[in-house]
Design a protein around this ligand. Structure first.
Ligand code: ADP
Ligand code: X15
Length: 401
């Protein structure tokens, strides 16, 4: 069944509770990358242009003790949001009580209010009580009581079962809808995995196999090819009996990697050659080697033949999902593999190219190729959970049409 969307809700004159993911980097009280705020604007604008009173909830960082709170206030986000919307945003520095309720009651149609970081509720009187993160039933009920309808646009948080997403939604049956960003993320990631235009190629990289076993397992049944690069490739090397030197290898995952390779046949594509270094440092001595990696050397990027091979696999693809860099892209001397793969994806005019959050997004942005790709997910953990084929609690709690 299809989910209720923001367009299905009555908005005029309504108190519209909205869960957004404004978990953005903040340094010295100033928002850094505001992509997640920008991504939520279409839904916020739709709500206020239709006479709704937008009451926004988000978490920021993780709060385990009182001292964590001051540095994790959402005030700087309210300022950035106000600039982006070009209108005032009322910031309420608390998450419950009279100050919040009065501020909501004073709103006019079209006004925007941002509630303090929902994870302030995780610590009360110095105790780590996890009211938000533990989905305390009373908290979800209380927040739900503050509004008339609920819009969840926080895809980045959809893999969490917290009071401000699942709690509010379950207390507003028939009135909890998906925002535009949520719908867009579900459409791109959902279509890619369940209804892809073929050939469908997945590119997986990053540090650890252990983080991505669920994704590989799920995608083995769905994708036509799975390219594996980055640190995780070398556990697969070990599984194939190729020497790995000092490269990152998860010894306790070699057996799993063997099982995956047995099941995959020729579906999995591994690097042919690698840039190896004599230490984990941008200024290390480096060389390109094919196959075996000698002791004293560690693979920190894929080599030129691997790049060519990966491009060859990708050139006819109609759907590509990418999660995880091909090497230690933060160090310029080991960024080439990630950059070249990203650049090549940008040239695939007929393909839908999707990047799944986290470090991969940081990589495509840092390397300047983000604008050429079809969809950059706002969720790291959430997109991985989606690619594992698991139910995301935040999405499941949204009302059916
Ligand atoms: N060959 C490698 N050796 C060590 N670390 C690597 C290697 N390739 C990539 N990495 C590291 O993996 C990290 C990203 O991995 P991960 O968090 O799994 O990605 P994502 O967040 O995109 O899922 C980066 O910090 C990168 O430097
Ligand atoms: O930034 C987030 O996670 P992500 O970096 O995996 O995308 C989300 O806001 C979830 O935050 P959390 O992992 O503290 O629950």
């Amino acid at each position: 069944m299809a989910k209720l969307t923001v367009e299905d809700l009555p908005l005029e004159g309504k108190k519209v509770l909205m869960r957004v993911d404004f978990n953005v980097p903040i340094k010295d009280g100033v928002v850094g990358d505001d992509n997640r705020i920008v991504a939520a604007l279409p839904t916020i604008k739709y709500v206020i242009e239709h006479g709704g009173r937008a009451i926004l909830f988000s978490h920021l960082g993780r709060i385990k003790k009182e001292e964590d709170k001051p540095g994790l206030s959402l005030r700087p986000v309210a300022e950035r949001l106000s600039n982006l919307l070009n209108k005032p945003v009322t910031f309420v520095p608390v998450t419950e009580g009279k100050q919040l309720e009065d501020a909501i009651n004073n709103m006019n149609n079209g006004d925007v209010l941002l509630v303090q970081n929902t994870r302030y509720e995780d610590v009360k009187d110095g105790e780590y009580v996890k009211r938000e993160s533990g989905n305390d039933p009373e908290l979800g009920k209380y927040w739900a009581s503050l509004g008339d309808v609920f819009v969840n646009d926080a895809f980045g948080t959809a893999h969490r079962k917290h009071a401000s997403n699942v709690g509010i939604a379950t207390n507003m049956p028939g009135k909890a809808a998906a925002g535009y960003l949520m719908q867009k993320e579900i459409k791109f990631l959902g279509d890619a995995v369940d209804n892809p235009e073929r050939p469908f190629v997945a590119i997986l990289g990053g540090a650890k196999v252990s983080d991505k076993i669920g994704v590989i397992d799920h995608l083995l049944d769905k994708a036509d090819k799975i390219i594996i690069g980055g640190g995780m490739a070398y556990t697969f090397y070990a599984a194939k009996g190729i020497k790995t030197g000092d490269s990152l290898v998860e010894k306790d995952k070699i057996d799993v990697a063997k099982q995956i390779l047995d099941k995959a046949g020729d579906k999995i594509v591994l690097p042919i050659d690698n840039v190896v270094a004599d230490k984990f440092d941008n200024d290390a001595n480096t060389k390109v080697v094919e196959g075996d990696i000698d002791d004293g050397w560690m693979a920190l990027d894929i080599g030129p033949k691997s790049i060519k091979e990966f491009e060859n696999v990708l050139k006819d693809a109609k759907t590509v999902v990418w999660n995880g860099p091909m090497g230690v892209f933060e160090k310029p001397n080991f960024a080439k593999g990630t950059l070249e793969v990203g650049k090549f994806l940008g040239t695939l005019a007929d393909a839908t190219t999707i990047v799944g959050g986290g470090d991969s997004t940081a990589a495509v942005k840092q390397l300047g190729v983000a604008g050429k790709l079809t969809h950059i997910s706002t969720g790291g953990g959430a997109s991985l959970t989606y690619l594992e084929g698991k139910v995301l609690p935040g999405i499941a709690a949204i009302s059916e049409k």
